[in-house]
Design a protein around this ligand. Structure first.
Ligand code: KG4
Ligand code: ZN
Length: 345
C-alpha cells in the first residue's frame, strides 16, 4: 500500500490531495482564485502566484489531515512542474521540494496535461485504448490513450482553447470570468437552440481552431449593432434575449465541433473502446449529455469525471505520481536526492 501527496498550482487553483493505492482518493482540497481574477476577465499571473504563496501551506496541511495522515506516512510527493504560469508553478514546486527534502521523500514531477488525460480513471475503470478529449481554459486536445504508461497527442487547438472561447465571448457580452458556467445557464433559458449558426470548421481534422469562432461571433454582434468595434463596447447589455441566443448558439456550436472531432477520431482509430471527456469544459452538462449520446450511437463507452476532478485538482496529480513512481511489486521508489533537481518547464 502506498500513499502519495499530490500538489497542483499551475494556474489559478491551489490544490492538494492524498491518493492511496488500495483505497483511492483519501482527500482532495482546493482554493480557487476565481474571485481574485473576476474583475480582470482572466487570470492575472502576478496575483495568481502571490495567492498560491499565501495558501499552499494550509491547503497541503488540510489535505493531509482530511486524509487522516501525516507527512511521515506519505511515500512520495507528486507535483505539477509543467505546463503553466511560471510564477504559479514555482510556488507548488518549491514547496514540494522543501518538504520532500526535509522528510526525505521521493519527488515526482507531473505534467499537468497528463493529469487531465487520466483524470477520468480516478473514478472509473476505462478500457484501453480510449480517446481522451481534454477541454479546459488553457488547452484543448485529443489523445489516444493506450495504457497508464503510453498515450499520444493526436490533435490539438491551433490557437485558442475551448474554455478560452467561452471566456472571451462571455467577456464580449460583459459576463464575468469564467464564461463557461454563465453561458450554460443562459443557453438553458432558450432550450439549447441554435439561433446564429456559427461556423463549424475543420471537420476532417483532429485539430481545433476556436479563435475564428470568436471572430465570427464578434462580427455577428457588430452586424446586429450590438458591439462597437471602435470603443470595444457591448451596446445591448439590456437585451437578455440576444445574450441568451448568442450563448445557446455558441454552446451548440462547440458541442457539434467536439462531436465532429470524435467522429473523425473513431474513423482513424477503429480499435478505440471508450471516450473520456475531461477538463473544466467537461463540467458542462449539455455538452456532456450530447457527447454521451453520440458515443452510445457509435458503440463507445463514455466517461467523464465528477466536476471536482474536471477542473484543476491535486487528486489527478497524486494519481499520476503513483503510476510514475510505481516500481516492481508496486513499491514506490526510495528518496533520491537527484529528484530535487526538478525544475519548471
Ligand atoms: O480545467 P480548468 O479549471 O482550468 C484550466 O486548466 O484551464 O478549466 C477552466 C475553463 C474555463 O475556461 C471555464 O470557462 C471552463 O473551464 N468551464 C466551463 C464550464 N465550467 C468551467 N465551460 C463550459 N461550461 C461549463 N459549465
Ligand atoms: Zn488544467
Amino acid at each position: 500500500m502506498s500513499k502519495i501527496l499530490g500538489i497542483e498550482s499551475s494556474c489559478d487553483e491551489t490544490a492538494a490531495a492524498v491518493y492511496d493505492s488500495h483505497i483511492g482518493i483519501l482527500s482532495n482540497v482546493l482554493f480557487s482564485q476565481i474571485e481574485l481574477h473576476k474583475c480582470f476577465g482572466g487570470v492575472m499571473p502576478e496575483i495568481a502566484s502571490r495567492s498560491h504563496l499565501e495558501k499552499i501551506r494550509s491547503i497541503v496541511a488540510t489535505a493531509l489531515s482530511n486524509a487522516n495522515t501525516t507527512l511521515d506516512e506519505i511515500d512520495a510527493i507528486a507535483v505539477t512542474h509543467k505546463p503553466g504560469l511560471p510564477g504559479s508553478l514555482l510556488v507548488g514546486l518549491s514547496f514540494a521540494k522543501a518538504i520532500a527534502w526535509s522528510k526525505k521523500k521521493q519527488l515526482i514531477g507531473v505534467n499537468h496535461l497528463e493529469g487531465h488525460v487520466y483524470s477520468a480513471c480516478l473514478e472509473h475503470q476505462i478500457p484501453f485504448p480510449f480517446i481522451c478529449l481534454t477541454a479546459s481554459g488553457g488547452h484543448t486536445a485529443i489523445y489516444l490513450v493506450e495504457s497508464f504508461d503510453s498515450y499520444q497527442l493526436i490533435g490539438q487547438t491551433l490557437d485558442d482553447a475551448a474554455g478560452e472561447a467561452f471566456d472571451k465571448i462571455a467577456k464580449l457580452m460583459n459576463f464575468p470570468y469564467p464564461g463557461g458556467p454563465i453561458i450554460e445557464r443562459m443557453a438553458a433559458e432558450v432550450n439549447f437552440q441554435d439561433f446564429m449558426h456559427y461556423p463549424r470548421s475543420m471537420a476532417n481534422s483532429l485539430d481545433f481552431s476556436f479563435s475564428g469562432l470568436k471572430t465570427a461571433v464578434l462580427y455577428d454582434l457588430v452586424k446586429r449593432d450590438a458591439y462597437n468595434l471602435k470603443t470595444k463596447t457591448f451596446t445591448k447589455d439590456c437585451d437578455i434575449i440576444l445574450k441568451q441566443q448568442v450563448s445557446s448558439s455558441l454552446l451548440v456550436c462547440i458541442s457539434d465541433i467536439f462531436k465532429q472531432k470524435l467522429a473523425f477520431a473513431f474513423k482513424n482509430y477503429k480499435n478505440v473502446k471508450a471516450v473520456a471527456f475531461v477538463g473544466g469544459v467537461a463540467c458542462n452538462k449539455y455538452i456532456n449529455k450530447q457527447l454521451k449520446e453520440f458515443c452510445n450511437q457509435n458503440d463507445k463507452l463514455f466517461f467523464s469525471p465528477s466536476p471536482q476532478y474536471c477542473t484543476d485538482n491535486g487528486a489527478m496529480i497524486a494519481f499520476i505520481g503513483y503510476h510514475r513512481a510505481r516500481k516492481e511489486n508496486n513499491h514506490i521508489a526510495k528518496f533520491d536526492e537527484q529528484s530535487l533537481s526538478l525544475d519548471i518547464d
